[in-house]
Design a protein. Structure first.
Lengths: 489, 496
């Protein structure tokens, strides 16, 4: 497949345009109670070396035993990536020495991964949707953690993470900008969280990315790539790609050549630094792990897991468009998190779905973001927001008052309907009362009345005055109509 | 009772049951024998208190009629098996004073069935060797001597040399051993004892220090075929902690010992008649054929065409796995550590100081054959040849053969320092008849066939179908009955 260079994605250098080509290896920690090959807890945190079994510490004579739940999670994830599930896969040993790698090898899958090719649909912006190819997904063990700051002369090792299951999800080099890469990781995280196979928590290291970046002239063959290791936030992924692409373009435009190497991104300095060159790369001496039989299961096993999968984001988005008539972008925003989508559906049930979507996306998400809260911790529950929307639909309160009401429910809690009653927030729909206010404003401002006849946009000023008089409670539609009639505009 | 160490394991079991003997007496007799036999260097660690405590419990159980299958039988445990609370060395300096907090599944099975542990038996370092000369704790001496030069110290074979020597010297009723390329069968053949390597997957590997994971199997060394059957029944069985162990019922192997071999078809592979095979070995093989024929078995010539590639292939696969399995001995978490300026130097110094030359050689071979650029030419090809070797056996068994008869070793035991010092391959050739069995994952048993002219024992090997150890026990018992009775050596080595 040839991918056409998209002009607006190109980076202009001193000597012309460049295209950046990105592929990603995402390491996602599998959500499971126990580690990939031992019964020790896979929970994050814990005092150092408290979640370590004899297997994790590689004591003599210990043997790995596959944790079936991790296998199921990998299959579920593969299904979520629309990928080929390999009914037979093989665990290999990747050999290297490091103190946080007790066995002296990492058990991984090299030639025969559990999941093969798949695809992820990514919405980069409201108007742009791309498909990113998945090369493979395989299971592997995480390493422990070296601690160098506890002593001036010694290093320490915490093996709590040693042996925790990771899924390495490898994309094809289908990404063409930092923005696409960010959107891809974000979408992947959404899928993982829907499936429940990874919590996607980048701060705790549950999701890490190795980013492969190369640049080329549009239409030219792929350039030499550099791999930026272990980038641990979506923002940093974007920054790392941009500075690395610029670095490579700078070298090439100066007549230099890119050396294939592994680099580290330093967010503080906003630069990537060489970690090791291709020549220094380890020879991992991969070979099939003789302690483990090939991993085999049958199609009905996969089918049963497929049958239990929740509705995934793409399907949910399509359903929201179809069922609720939402614009695709709004539907996409609502399905980003399963809990948010559920919140929306609960709010929209039996109500104007578009109005509900607007309220969820604009008011609720806005406020949640501001407070750094997750939707599951929203002080305004879905039924409460539903009640607010009902009050709008029934013309009991205006949209403006509804925002005030939302604020009250957010900060103080309580039943929206009762609050409106108790605080007299009800919209005035009594035409008599509104008419009196309109008449009063007209009578007090004869000069403005003259102006308005020549300039009908003055109407807005009158509306504002009437609303002021009625404490914001007058039905704006009635005010408008009355003013128009009385002013003759 | 005269000397309880002269009983077979089965006889001792029966004597305990009929209360002609107490478990404490039996244990004490062996403890005394061990303490007078240190010249043989069979044990790395003796655990007399442990054995006596177990014997006391056994006597109590026997008294209340609650005896388990191996109640009160004192055994030696190869020091490759991790023993809870007892220093475990694998014959290496690198483990230093490592004391496991866990018991290997196989030794736990023996203890569960009432056996007593006398101590941890010497072995080649990490089970790498065929003469027990690579042990960091010094070579083991065989109780056997050559008629012509009784002063030469004869090797007991390897890597389970402590096991074979201790059983032949009557220091224990039986011993655990392990076999990666012949490490049970060759030492058994060298010492006139019986050793069986069961089918790969028959015994759990959990808690046994790994040498080459796809080849390693636990098994017993004993003085009789019946004793081996009794021990294996307790050792074998499925273990959820070893995914390569097989979930199949363990038959009553002892019942197979007396079974008739009439009508069994025995294959004799022509490729095992190797160049330069001594007339004595060839004659022993012919005798074995005759004994089985006399017992009613049918002999057929078979072909195992890939036999000649087995040894080189083994010396690619086993070191490859070993190089990775031994990476964990890095000085970080347990065992010895030599200080270095940085972590790389610490690794280098620790592993240089901790591993002996044979282990270092195999780690280097293994690292080399797995390296980028060599992997396909060595490791991948070796795996292909391995499957051809397995197919040879599959075809032989499919043609109606029940078992295969071969010599166990190409020669009798040799003296310390006689082999391999100039060329390690000379030592590796000891495994020429045994490695094929590990490569194919099949069961193999070594059984004494008589004495050579030099006064040292010779052994025959029977190879069976996967998980058909019963046929091997019945055939080995037939050879045992027919072969000239071997008198184990008088204890010339005893002190005091």
């Amino acid at each position: 497949m040839t991918i056409q260079a998209v002009p607006n994605k190109l980076i202009s250098g001193a000597t012309g345009d460049w295209e950046v080509v990105i592929g990603m290896e995402i390491h996602a920690q599998v959500t499971s109670n126990a580690k990939l090959f031992s019964g020790a807890s896979a929970e994050y945190g814990g005092a150092p070396n408290n979640h370590v079994s004899l297997v994790d510490a590689a004591m003599p004579g210990m043997l790995p035993v596959i944790n079936e739940e991790c296998v199921k999670q990998a299959i579920r994830t593969g299904l979520g990536l629309e990928a080929k599930i390999n009914l037979r896969s093989v665990f290999d040993r990747k050999n290297y020495f490091y103190p946080d790698l007790p066995q002296g090898y990492q058990i991984s899958q090299y030639k025969h991964p559990i999941v093969g090719e798949g695809a992820v649909i990514v919405d980069v912006s409201p108007s742009e949707r791309i498909t990113v190819g998945i090369e493979r997904l395989h299971l592997e063990q995480d390493a422990g953690k070296s601690l160098h700051d506890l002593s001036a002369t010694e290093s320490h090792v915490d093996l709590n993470r040693s042996g925790v299951a990771l899924m390495e999800i490898v994309s094809k080099p289908d990404l063409r900008s930092a923005e696409e890469a960010r959107a891809y990781v974000s979408k992947l995280r959404t899928i993982l969280r829907y499936i429940g196979s990874c919590d996607g928590n980048m701060e705790q290291g549950s999701l890490r990315a190795d980013v492969n970046v190369s640049v080329r002239r549009p239409g030219a063959p792929l350039g030499t790539r550099c791999e930026i290791k272990n980038v641990n936030s979506i923002r940093f992924i974007g920054q790392a790609i941009e500075v690395e692409a610029r670095r490579q373009i700078g070298i090439l435009e100066d007549g230099g050549a890119i050396a294939q190497e592994t680099r580290l991104f330093d967010p503080g300095r906003g630069e990537t630094r060489s970690m090791r060159s291709k020549e220094e790369a380890h020879d991992y001496r991969y070979f099939p792990d003789p302690d483990l039989l090939p991993l085999e299961f049958d199609q009905p096993y996969v089918d049963a897991l497929r049958a239990q999968l929740p509705e995934l984001p793409d399907a949910k988005r399509a359903r929201f468009i179809d069922q609720y008539g939402l614009p695709p972008y709004d539907a996409g925003v609502l399905v980003m998190e399963r809990a948010a989508a559920d919140y929306f559906e609960e709010t929209a049930k039996g109500r104007d779905a578009k109005l509900a979507a607007n309220w969820v996306i604009n008011e609720l998400f806005g406020r949640l973001n501001k407070e750094g809260l997750d939707v599951t911790r929203s002080p305004v529950s879905a039924p409460a927001l539903g009640a607010i929307i009902d009050l709008i639909s029934q013309n009991v309160i205006s949209g403006k008052l509804a925002k005030d009401l939302f604020e009250i429910v957010w900060t103080e809690g309580g039943d929206p309907k009762e609050i409106v009653e108790a605080r007299g927030m009800k919209q005035v729909t009594d035409t008599g009362a509104i008419e009196a206010a309109v008449d009063a404003v007209i009578a007090a401002n004869p000069d403005k009345v003259e102006q308005a006849k020549a300039k009908p946009t003055m109407l807005g000023w009158f509306v504002g005055q009437v609303m002021k008089q009625t404490g914001g409670k007058a039905n704006p539609q009635s005010v408008n109509e009355l003013l128009k009639r009385k002013l003759g505009v | 009772m005269s000397d309880p160490t002269h009983l077979s394991l089965a006889e001792a079991r029966d004597a305990l049951k009929s209360k002609q003997l107490s478990a404490v007496e039996l244990a004490q007799a062996h403890i005394d024998a061990i303490s007078k036999s240190r010249a043989l260097n069979c044990f790395i660690t003796e655990t007399p208190e442990f054995a006596l405590a177990q014997a006391q419990e056994s006597d109590a159980r026997i008294a209340r009629g609650d005896a388990r299958p191996l109640e009160g039988l004192p055994l030696g445990i190869k020091d490759l098996y991790c023993s809870k609370g007892v220093r475990t060395t694998a014959g290496s300096r690198i483990l230093d004073d490592f004391t496991p907090t866990y018991e290997s599944t196989v030794s736990a099975n023996l203890l569960r069935d009432g056996a007593a542990m006398l101590g941890k038996l010497n072995l080649d370092e990490f089970a790498m060797g065929s003469s027990n000369e690579t042990s960091a704790f010094g070579p083991v001496v065989s109780p056997w001597r050559r008629a012509a030069d009784p002063d030469a110290k004869i090797v007991p074979g390897g890597s389970s040399g402590g096991s074979s020597s201790a059983v032949a010297a009557r220091l224990c009723l039986g011993a655990t051993a392990t076999d990666t390329g012949g490490s049970i069968r060759q030492p058994a053949a060298f010492t006139g004892t019986v050793g069986i390597k069961p089918t790969y997957g028959r015994c759990s590997r959990w808690g046994i220090v790994a040498f080459a994971s796809s080849l390693d199997q636990a098994g017993p060394i004993t003085r009789t075929v019946r004793d081996a059957a009794i021990m294996l029944r307790s050792m074998a069985g499925h273990d959820p902690k070893d995914t390569t162990s097989v979930d199949a019922p363990v038959p009553d192997y002892e019942a197979a010992v007396g079974a008739s071999v009439k009508g069994r078809r025995i294959g004799v592979p022509k490729e095992y008649r190797i160049d330069g095979m001594s007339a004595e070995i060839a004659a022993l093989w012919d005798e074995g054929v005759a004994w089985l024929k006399d017992a009613g078995a049918e002999i057929v010539e078979i072909s195992l065409p890939h036999t000649r590639y087995a040894l080189p292939t083994y010396y690619i696969i086993a070191p490859a796995e070993a190089s990775s399995n031994l990476a964990r001995y890095d000085g970080v978490r347990y065992g010895c550590r030599e200080q270095g300026r940085d972590v790389s130097e610490m690794y280098e110094k620790t592993r240089a100081a901790g591993f002996g030359p044979e282990v270092r050689r195999r780690i280097m071979i293994g690292t080399y054959v797995l390296s980028a650029g060599y992997y396909d030419a060595y490791y991948v090809r070796a795996q292909k040849v391995r499957s051809l070797i397995k197919r040879d056996f599959d075809e032989a068994f499919a043609s109606g053969v029940d078992a295969v008869l071969t010599p166990a070793t190409p020669s009798t035991a040799f003296a310390q320092g006689e082999k391999g010092s100039a060329d390690p391959v000379e030592m590796y050739l000891n495994d020429v008849f045994t490695v094929t069995v590990n490569m194919a994952g099949l069961p193999g048993v070594a059984v004494p066939g008589g004495l050579a002219a030099n006064g040292l024992p010779l052994g025959l090997q029977l190879i069976g179908k996967a998980f058909d150890e019963e046929t091997l026990f019945s055939l080995a018992a037939a050879i045992e009955r027919a072969a000239p009775k071997i008198e184990l050596p008088q204890p010339w080595w005893r002190e005091g």
